[in-house]
Design a protein around this ligand. Structure first.
Ligand code: ADP
Ligand code: MG
Length: 446
Protein backbone atom coordinates (compact mmCIF):
# COMPACT_ATOMS: atom_id res chain seq x y z
CA UNK A 1 0.00 0.00 0.00
CA UNK A 2 1.36 3.39 0.96
CA UNK A 3 4.72 2.05 2.02
CA UNK A 4 7.41 4.72 2.04
CA UNK A 5 8.85 3.70 -1.29
CA UNK A 6 10.00 7.10 -2.39
CA UNK A 7 11.89 7.77 0.83
CA UNK A 8 15.58 7.33 0.19
CA UNK A 9 16.93 4.13 1.67
CA UNK A 10 20.50 5.02 0.98
CA UNK A 11 21.62 7.41 3.69
CA UNK A 12 23.47 5.97 6.64
CA UNK A 13 22.26 7.90 9.66
CA UNK A 14 23.37 6.05 12.78
CA UNK A 15 26.41 3.82 13.13
CA UNK A 16 27.18 2.12 16.45
CA UNK A 17 30.53 0.40 16.76
CA UNK A 18 31.15 -1.79 19.77
CA UNK A 19 28.97 0.30 22.05
CA UNK A 20 29.34 -0.90 25.62
CA UNK A 21 27.84 0.59 28.76
CA UNK A 22 28.76 -0.19 32.31
CA UNK A 23 27.21 1.44 35.33
CA UNK A 24 29.58 1.76 38.27
CA UNK A 25 28.25 0.37 41.52
CA UNK A 26 29.32 0.91 45.11
CA UNK A 27 32.36 -1.23 46.01
CA UNK A 28 33.71 -0.86 42.46
CA UNK A 29 31.66 -3.65 40.99
CA UNK A 30 30.38 -2.49 37.60
CA UNK A 31 27.27 -3.87 35.99
CA UNK A 32 27.53 -4.45 32.29
CA UNK A 33 24.31 -3.26 30.65
CA UNK A 34 25.18 -3.01 26.96
CA UNK A 35 27.77 -5.39 25.55
CA UNK A 36 29.45 -4.59 22.28
CA UNK A 37 26.50 -3.34 20.26
CA UNK A 38 27.27 -2.77 16.60
CA UNK A 39 24.55 -1.70 14.15
CA UNK A 40 23.62 0.75 11.42
CA UNK A 41 20.37 2.61 10.91
CA UNK A 42 19.54 3.83 7.43
CA UNK A 43 17.07 6.42 6.22
CA UNK A 44 13.68 4.96 5.36
CA UNK A 45 13.71 2.51 8.25
CA UNK A 46 11.18 2.20 11.04
CA UNK A 47 13.22 0.26 13.59
CA UNK A 48 11.81 -1.38 16.70
CA UNK A 49 14.28 -2.06 19.47
CA UNK A 50 12.74 -4.98 21.32
CA UNK A 51 13.86 -6.52 24.59
CA UNK A 52 12.70 -7.42 28.09
CA UNK A 53 12.38 -4.79 30.82
CA UNK A 54 15.70 -3.79 32.25
CA UNK A 55 17.64 -5.06 29.26
CA UNK A 56 19.07 -1.64 28.41
CA UNK A 57 16.77 -0.39 25.63
CA UNK A 58 16.36 3.08 27.13
CA UNK A 59 20.08 3.27 27.79
CA UNK A 60 20.83 2.45 24.15
CA UNK A 61 18.24 4.93 22.86
CA UNK A 62 19.64 7.68 25.07
CA UNK A 63 23.14 6.93 23.79
CA UNK A 64 21.96 7.16 20.19
CA UNK A 65 20.18 10.45 20.92
CA UNK A 66 23.35 11.75 22.56
CA UNK A 67 21.71 12.04 25.99
CA UNK A 68 24.13 9.52 27.52
CA UNK A 69 27.64 8.40 26.72
CA UNK A 70 28.82 4.85 26.14
CA UNK A 71 31.61 3.51 28.35
CA UNK A 72 33.40 2.22 25.27
CA UNK A 73 32.67 2.23 21.59
CA UNK A 74 31.72 4.77 18.98
CA UNK A 75 28.44 6.46 18.10
CA UNK A 76 28.39 8.17 14.74
CA UNK A 77 25.62 10.24 13.21
CA UNK A 78 26.09 10.86 9.51
CA UNK A 79 29.68 9.84 10.01
CA UNK A 80 30.40 12.30 12.80
CA UNK A 81 30.95 11.34 16.43
CA UNK A 82 27.97 12.11 18.65
CA UNK A 83 29.11 14.26 21.51
CA UNK A 84 26.18 15.74 23.43
CA UNK A 85 22.49 15.86 22.45
CA UNK A 86 22.10 14.99 18.78
CA UNK A 87 20.50 18.02 17.06
CA UNK A 88 19.08 15.77 14.31
CA UNK A 89 17.18 13.60 16.79
CA UNK A 90 14.09 14.19 18.93
CA UNK A 91 12.71 12.02 21.69
CA UNK A 92 9.21 10.96 22.71
CA UNK A 93 9.10 9.61 26.26
CA UNK A 94 6.82 7.02 27.82
CA UNK A 95 6.06 9.43 30.67
CA UNK A 96 5.36 12.28 28.17
CA UNK A 97 7.82 14.52 30.10
CA UNK A 98 5.87 17.73 29.46
CA UNK A 99 6.51 20.93 31.38
CA UNK A 100 3.46 21.24 33.66
CA UNK A 101 3.76 25.01 33.95
CA UNK A 102 3.71 25.53 30.18
CA UNK A 103 0.66 25.42 27.92
CA UNK A 104 0.28 22.94 25.06
CA UNK A 105 1.45 25.61 22.62
CA UNK A 106 4.48 26.49 24.77
CA UNK A 107 5.41 22.85 25.28
CA UNK A 108 5.36 22.26 21.53
CA UNK A 109 7.43 25.39 20.94
CA UNK A 110 10.12 24.54 23.46
CA UNK A 111 12.45 22.72 21.06
CA UNK A 112 12.13 25.53 18.51
CA UNK A 113 12.92 28.08 21.20
CA UNK A 114 16.07 26.14 22.06
CA UNK A 115 17.05 26.25 18.38
CA UNK A 116 16.63 30.03 18.26
CA UNK A 117 13.70 29.99 15.84
CA UNK A 118 12.09 33.47 15.79
CA UNK A 119 8.75 33.97 17.54
CA UNK A 120 6.47 34.17 14.49
CA UNK A 121 7.86 31.05 12.89
CA UNK A 122 7.63 29.27 16.22
CA UNK A 123 3.97 30.15 16.57
CA UNK A 124 3.12 29.04 13.05
CA UNK A 125 5.06 25.82 13.24
CA UNK A 126 3.60 24.86 16.60
CA UNK A 127 0.07 25.69 15.47
CA UNK A 128 0.51 23.51 12.39
CA UNK A 129 1.75 20.55 14.42
CA UNK A 130 -0.93 20.91 17.05
CA UNK A 131 -3.45 20.72 14.26
CA UNK A 132 -1.69 17.80 12.56
CA UNK A 133 -1.72 15.81 15.76
CA UNK A 134 -5.40 16.57 16.41
CA UNK A 135 -5.21 18.99 19.31
CA UNK A 136 -6.89 22.03 17.72
CA UNK A 137 -8.52 24.15 20.38
CA UNK A 138 -6.22 22.96 23.17
CA UNK A 139 -3.38 25.40 22.49
CA UNK A 140 -3.80 27.19 25.81
CA UNK A 141 -4.56 24.17 27.97
CA UNK A 142 -2.08 22.94 30.56
CA UNK A 143 -0.92 19.30 30.61
CA UNK A 144 -2.85 18.51 33.78
CA UNK A 145 -6.10 19.37 31.99
CA UNK A 146 -5.42 16.73 29.32
CA UNK A 147 -5.97 12.98 29.19
CA UNK A 148 -2.95 10.69 28.85
CA UNK A 149 -3.58 10.23 25.16
CA UNK A 150 -3.73 13.98 24.58
CA UNK A 151 -0.56 14.50 26.57
CA UNK A 152 1.28 12.03 24.42
CA UNK A 153 -0.05 13.84 21.35
CA UNK A 154 1.68 16.93 22.73
CA UNK A 155 4.80 14.79 23.24
CA UNK A 156 4.69 13.82 19.55
CA UNK A 157 4.00 17.37 18.38
CA UNK A 158 6.90 18.67 20.45
CA UNK A 159 9.28 16.09 18.98
CA UNK A 160 8.06 16.64 15.41
CA UNK A 161 8.23 20.44 15.72
CA UNK A 162 12.00 20.40 15.31
CA UNK A 163 11.72 18.38 12.07
CA UNK A 164 13.93 15.61 13.44
CA UNK A 165 15.67 13.40 10.93
CA UNK A 166 15.63 10.65 13.50
CA UNK A 167 12.54 10.26 15.68
CA UNK A 168 13.37 8.36 18.86
CA UNK A 169 10.52 6.97 20.95
CA UNK A 170 10.86 5.20 24.27
CA UNK A 171 7.80 2.97 24.80
CA UNK A 172 5.59 5.87 23.68
CA UNK A 173 2.31 3.95 23.88
CA UNK A 174 2.77 1.89 26.99
CA UNK A 175 1.34 4.40 29.46
CA UNK A 176 -1.87 4.75 27.44
CA UNK A 177 -5.07 2.77 27.58
CA UNK A 178 -5.61 0.19 24.86
CA UNK A 179 -7.83 2.16 22.49
CA UNK A 180 -5.91 5.41 22.80
CA UNK A 181 -2.65 3.60 22.15
CA UNK A 182 -4.12 1.87 19.11
CA UNK A 183 -5.38 5.16 17.65
CA UNK A 184 -2.10 6.92 18.18
CA UNK A 185 -0.15 4.03 16.64
CA UNK A 186 -2.25 4.16 13.50
CA UNK A 187 -2.02 7.93 13.28
CA UNK A 188 1.73 7.92 13.67
CA UNK A 189 2.08 5.18 11.06
CA UNK A 190 -0.08 7.24 8.76
CA UNK A 191 2.11 10.33 9.18
CA UNK A 192 5.18 8.21 8.53
CA UNK A 193 3.90 6.21 5.55
CA UNK A 194 2.25 9.17 3.86
CA UNK A 195 5.40 11.17 4.49
CA UNK A 196 3.53 13.96 6.21
CA UNK A 197 6.62 14.57 8.31
CA UNK A 198 10.20 15.07 7.15
CA UNK A 199 11.52 12.39 9.54
CA UNK A 200 13.92 10.02 7.76
CA UNK A 201 14.01 7.18 10.27
CA UNK A 202 12.14 6.11 13.38
CA UNK A 203 13.66 4.21 16.26
CA UNK A 204 11.09 2.90 18.72
CA UNK A 205 11.92 1.14 21.96
CA UNK A 206 9.28 -1.37 22.97
CA UNK A 207 8.77 -4.55 24.95
CA UNK A 208 5.63 -5.39 22.99
CA UNK A 209 6.17 -8.02 20.30
CA UNK A 210 2.85 -7.33 18.57
CA UNK A 211 3.51 -3.62 18.60
CA UNK A 212 6.90 -4.15 16.98
CA UNK A 213 5.49 -6.43 14.27
CA UNK A 214 2.55 -4.08 13.70
CA UNK A 215 4.62 -0.95 13.19
CA UNK A 216 8.24 -1.61 12.29
CA UNK A 217 9.92 -2.79 9.10
CA UNK A 218 12.99 -3.82 11.07
CA UNK A 219 13.12 -5.43 14.51
CA UNK A 220 16.31 -5.56 16.53
CA UNK A 221 16.03 -7.96 19.45
CA UNK A 222 18.19 -7.48 22.54
CA UNK A 223 19.05 -10.03 25.20
CA UNK A 224 19.27 -9.11 28.87
CA UNK A 225 22.15 -9.19 31.36
CA UNK A 226 23.89 -7.88 29.32
CA UNK A 227 22.13 -6.60 26.21
CA UNK A 228 23.50 -7.99 22.96
CA UNK A 229 21.83 -8.00 19.56
CA UNK A 230 20.40 -11.50 19.27
CA UNK A 231 18.41 -10.89 16.09
CA UNK A 232 18.04 -8.22 13.45
CA UNK A 233 14.98 -8.92 11.30
CA UNK A 234 13.41 -7.26 8.30
CA UNK A 235 9.62 -7.45 8.43
CA UNK A 236 8.39 -7.69 4.84
CA UNK A 237 4.65 -7.41 5.63
CA UNK A 238 2.91 -4.66 3.64
CA UNK A 239 1.14 -1.80 5.42
CA UNK A 240 -1.47 -1.43 6.71
CA UNK A 241 -0.95 -4.61 8.69
CA UNK A 242 -3.79 -6.76 9.85
CA UNK A 243 -3.30 -8.20 13.32
CA UNK A 244 -5.52 -11.16 12.48
CA UNK A 245 -3.83 -12.13 9.22
CA UNK A 246 -2.04 -15.50 9.29
CA UNK A 247 1.22 -13.91 8.03
CA UNK A 248 1.06 -11.37 10.83
CA UNK A 249 0.48 -14.05 13.46
CA UNK A 250 3.28 -16.15 12.01
CA UNK A 251 5.63 -13.20 12.41
CA UNK A 252 4.56 -12.56 15.97
CA UNK A 253 5.12 -16.22 16.71
CA UNK A 254 8.55 -16.16 15.12
CA UNK A 255 9.67 -13.11 17.11
CA UNK A 256 8.19 -14.67 20.25
CA UNK A 257 10.35 -17.72 19.72
CA UNK A 258 13.49 -15.67 19.44
CA UNK A 259 12.66 -13.55 22.49
CA UNK A 260 11.78 -16.52 24.69
CA UNK A 261 14.43 -18.90 23.44
CA UNK A 262 17.24 -16.60 22.56
CA UNK A 263 18.70 -16.08 25.98
CA UNK A 264 21.70 -18.22 26.52
CA UNK A 265 22.62 -16.81 29.87
CA UNK A 266 24.55 -18.70 32.49
CA UNK A 267 21.78 -18.32 35.07
CA UNK A 268 19.41 -20.36 32.90
CA UNK A 269 21.70 -23.37 33.08
CA UNK A 270 20.37 -25.41 35.95
CA UNK A 271 23.10 -28.05 36.01
CA UNK A 272 25.79 -25.45 36.62
CA UNK A 273 24.25 -24.33 39.86
CA UNK A 274 24.59 -27.72 41.50
CA UNK A 275 28.38 -27.44 41.38
CA UNK A 276 29.91 -26.15 44.56
CA UNK A 277 30.78 -22.50 44.15
CA UNK A 278 34.10 -21.02 45.13
CA UNK A 279 33.91 -18.30 47.79
CA UNK A 280 33.13 -14.89 46.33
CA UNK A 281 31.46 -16.41 43.26
CA UNK A 282 29.20 -14.16 41.24
CA UNK A 283 25.57 -14.23 42.29
CA UNK A 284 23.42 -15.27 39.37
CA UNK A 285 20.18 -13.34 39.07
CA UNK A 286 16.97 -15.13 40.00
CA UNK A 287 13.74 -14.49 38.08
CA UNK A 288 10.92 -12.47 39.69
CA UNK A 289 8.14 -14.90 38.74
CA UNK A 290 5.72 -15.57 41.59
CA UNK A 291 5.09 -19.07 42.97
CA UNK A 292 1.29 -19.08 42.41
CA UNK A 293 1.73 -17.98 38.82
CA UNK A 294 4.35 -20.65 38.25
CA UNK A 295 2.09 -23.32 39.69
CA UNK A 296 -0.85 -22.20 37.57
CA UNK A 297 1.20 -22.08 34.41
CA UNK A 298 2.66 -25.56 34.92
CA UNK A 299 -0.78 -27.00 35.64
CA UNK A 300 -2.16 -25.49 32.46
CA UNK A 301 0.63 -26.80 30.30
CA UNK A 302 0.56 -30.23 31.96
CA UNK A 303 -3.19 -30.37 31.23
CA UNK A 304 -2.44 -29.73 27.59
CA UNK A 305 -0.12 -32.65 27.22
CA UNK A 306 2.99 -31.14 28.76
CA UNK A 307 3.98 -28.95 25.83
CA UNK A 308 2.36 -25.72 24.77
CA UNK A 309 3.06 -22.71 22.61
CA UNK A 310 4.15 -19.77 24.75
CA UNK A 311 2.65 -17.13 22.53
CA UNK A 312 -0.76 -18.80 22.68
CA UNK A 313 -0.39 -19.27 26.41
CA UNK A 314 0.37 -15.57 26.85
CA UNK A 315 -2.63 -14.61 24.75
CA UNK A 316 -4.97 -16.95 26.61
CA UNK A 317 -3.81 -15.71 30.00
CA UNK A 318 -3.77 -12.09 28.80
CA UNK A 319 -0.12 -11.90 29.80
CA UNK A 320 2.44 -9.78 28.04
CA UNK A 321 5.71 -11.48 27.31
CA UNK A 322 7.24 -9.27 29.98
CA UNK A 323 5.00 -10.82 32.62
CA UNK A 324 5.28 -14.30 31.22
CA UNK A 325 9.06 -14.46 30.88
CA UNK A 326 9.92 -14.15 34.58
CA UNK A 327 7.62 -17.10 35.24
CA UNK A 328 9.06 -19.28 32.49
CA UNK A 329 12.56 -18.23 33.59
CA UNK A 330 11.71 -19.37 37.11
CA UNK A 331 10.33 -22.66 35.78
CA UNK A 332 13.57 -23.25 33.87
CA UNK A 333 15.83 -22.25 36.74
CA UNK A 334 13.97 -24.64 39.04
CA UNK A 335 14.18 -27.45 36.50
CA UNK A 336 10.39 -27.73 36.22
CA UNK A 337 10.15 -26.83 32.55
CA UNK A 338 12.25 -25.92 29.56
CA UNK A 339 11.56 -23.49 26.76
CA UNK A 340 12.22 -24.83 23.30
CA UNK A 341 11.23 -23.37 19.94
CA UNK A 342 8.76 -21.04 21.62
CA UNK A 343 7.06 -23.89 23.50
CA UNK A 344 7.05 -24.50 27.22
CA UNK A 345 7.76 -28.15 27.97
CA UNK A 346 7.11 -29.58 31.42
CA UNK A 347 10.01 -31.76 32.66
CA UNK A 348 9.47 -35.03 34.57
CA UNK A 349 10.25 -33.11 37.77
CA UNK A 350 7.70 -30.49 36.70
CA UNK A 351 5.13 -33.23 36.22
CA UNK A 352 5.74 -34.68 39.69
CA UNK A 353 5.43 -31.14 41.00
CA UNK A 354 2.04 -30.64 39.35
CA UNK A 355 0.77 -34.00 40.61
CA UNK A 356 2.02 -33.53 44.19
CA UNK A 357 0.00 -32.21 47.14
CA UNK A 358 0.93 -28.70 48.37
CA UNK A 359 3.42 -29.78 51.07
CA UNK A 360 5.33 -31.97 48.62
CA UNK A 361 5.31 -29.14 46.08
CA UNK A 362 7.03 -26.90 48.59
CA UNK A 363 9.60 -29.56 49.29
CA UNK A 364 10.38 -29.91 45.58
CA UNK A 365 10.89 -26.18 45.23
CA UNK A 366 12.97 -26.14 48.42
CA UNK A 367 15.34 -28.79 47.10
CA UNK A 368 15.80 -26.77 43.92
CA UNK A 369 16.24 -23.43 45.68
CA UNK A 370 19.06 -24.58 47.93
CA UNK A 371 21.15 -25.16 44.82
CA UNK A 372 20.93 -21.51 43.80
CA UNK A 373 23.78 -19.26 44.98
CA UNK A 374 21.61 -16.48 46.42
CA UNK A 375 19.57 -18.95 48.51
CA UNK A 376 22.73 -20.71 49.66
CA UNK A 377 24.06 -17.40 50.83
CA UNK A 378 20.91 -16.51 52.76
CA UNK A 379 20.80 -19.99 54.30
CA UNK A 380 24.41 -19.91 55.31
CA UNK A 381 24.07 -16.53 56.97
CA UNK A 382 20.88 -17.41 58.88
CA UNK A 383 22.35 -20.69 60.08
CA UNK A 384 25.61 -19.14 61.17
CA UNK A 385 23.94 -16.49 63.29
CA UNK A 386 23.08 -17.64 66.82
CA UNK A 387 19.61 -16.05 66.70
CA UNK A 388 19.06 -17.15 63.05
CA UNK A 389 18.07 -13.61 62.09
CA UNK A 390 19.59 -11.06 59.79
CA UNK A 391 18.39 -7.64 58.60
CA UNK A 392 17.24 -7.19 55.03
CA UNK A 393 19.77 -4.38 54.60
CA UNK A 394 22.64 -6.76 55.06
CA UNK A 395 21.53 -8.85 52.09
CA UNK A 396 20.76 -5.72 50.07
CA UNK A 397 24.32 -4.56 50.67
CA UNK A 398 25.69 -7.84 49.42
CA UNK A 399 23.39 -7.83 46.39
CA UNK A 400 24.32 -4.26 45.50
CA UNK A 401 27.83 -5.54 44.99
CA UNK A 402 26.46 -7.58 42.09
CA UNK A 403 23.48 -5.66 40.76
CA UNK A 404 22.21 -2.11 40.38
CA UNK A 405 20.36 -0.81 43.48
CA UNK A 406 16.91 -1.32 41.93
CA UNK A 407 17.83 -4.77 40.70
CA UNK A 408 19.27 -5.68 44.12
CA UNK A 409 15.95 -4.74 45.72
CA UNK A 410 13.99 -6.76 43.15
CA UNK A 411 16.30 -9.75 43.58
CA UNK A 412 15.88 -9.73 47.34
CA UNK A 413 12.11 -9.35 47.12
CA UNK A 414 11.96 -12.26 44.69
CA UNK A 415 14.17 -14.33 46.98
CA UNK A 416 11.95 -13.55 49.97
CA UNK A 417 8.86 -14.57 47.99
CA UNK A 418 10.35 -17.91 47.02
CA UNK A 419 11.99 -18.53 50.39
CA UNK A 420 8.68 -18.02 52.18
CA UNK A 421 6.77 -20.17 49.74
CA UNK A 422 9.23 -23.04 50.12
CA UNK A 423 9.48 -22.60 53.88
CA UNK A 424 13.23 -22.05 53.62
CA UNK A 425 13.15 -18.94 55.75
CA UNK A 426 10.65 -16.34 56.89
CA UNK A 427 10.52 -12.59 56.67
CA UNK A 428 9.35 -10.26 59.41
CA UNK A 429 8.25 -6.96 57.83
CA UNK A 430 8.21 -5.11 61.18
CA UNK A 431 11.84 -5.71 62.00
CA UNK A 432 12.75 -6.06 58.30
CA UNK A 433 14.61 -9.24 59.13
CA UNK A 434 14.90 -12.57 57.40
CA UNK A 435 14.84 -15.44 59.89
CA UNK A 436 14.90 -19.17 60.16
CA UNK A 437 12.72 -20.91 62.75
CA UNK A 438 13.82 -24.14 64.46
CA UNK A 439 10.69 -25.94 63.27
CA UNK A 440 11.63 -25.25 59.67
CA UNK A 441 13.32 -27.57 57.31
CA UNK A 442 16.71 -29.00 58.15
CA UNK A 443 17.47 -29.81 54.51
CA UNK A 444 20.45 -27.54 54.51
CA UNK A 445 24.00 -28.43 54.03
CA UNK A 446 26.48 -25.82 55.24
P1 ADP B 1 15.08 -0.94 29.70
O1 ADP B 1 14.80 0.40 29.08
O2 ADP B 1 15.35 -2.01 28.70
O3 ADP B 1 14.03 -1.36 30.67
P2 ADP B 1 17.27 0.47 31.03
O4 ADP B 1 18.12 0.96 29.91
O5 ADP B 1 16.36 1.46 31.65
O6 ADP B 1 16.46 -0.82 30.54
O7 ADP B 1 18.19 -0.16 32.18
C1 ADP B 1 19.07 -1.24 31.95
C2 ADP B 1 19.79 -1.59 33.23
O8 ADP B 1 20.66 -0.54 33.60
C3 ADP B 1 18.88 -1.84 34.42
O9 ADP B 1 19.39 -2.92 35.16
C4 ADP B 1 18.97 -0.56 35.20
O10 ADP B 1 18.77 -0.84 36.56
C5 ADP B 1 20.39 -0.12 34.91
N1 ADP B 1 20.52 1.34 34.94
C6 ADP B 1 19.86 2.21 34.13
N2 ADP B 1 20.23 3.49 34.40
C7 ADP B 1 21.15 3.41 35.41
C8 ADP B 1 21.93 4.37 36.15
N3 ADP B 1 21.83 5.67 35.87
N4 ADP B 1 22.76 3.90 37.11
C9 ADP B 1 22.88 2.58 37.37
N5 ADP B 1 22.19 1.63 36.72
C10 ADP B 1 21.33 2.02 35.76
MG1 MG C 1 13.17 1.64 29.38
Amino acid sequence: MAQALTRSQSELLVRLLGVTKRYPQPDNYDILVLDDITLDIWSGQFVALLGPSGSGKSTLLRIIAGLAKPSYGTVLYRGRPVDGPNPYAAMVFQSFALYPWLTVQQNVEIGLLAKGVPLRQRREKAARLISLIGLDGYEDAFPKELSGGMRQRVGFARALAVDPELLCMDEPFSALDFLTAENLRSELLDLWLEQKMPTKAILMVTHGIEEAVFMADRIIILSKNPARVIADLTVPLPYPRNRKAPEFLAWVDQVYKIVTGGEEEPEAVVQDLTEPRPAGAKLTPIPYGHPPMLTGLLELVADRGGRYDLYRLGTELLLEVDDLLPVTDAAELLGLAVVDEGDLIVTPLGRSFVEAPPAERRAIIRRQLVEIPLFRLIQRVLHTKANHRMGKDFFLDVLEGHFSPQEAERQLNAAINWGRYADLFHYDPDSEQLYWAEDQTEEVEA
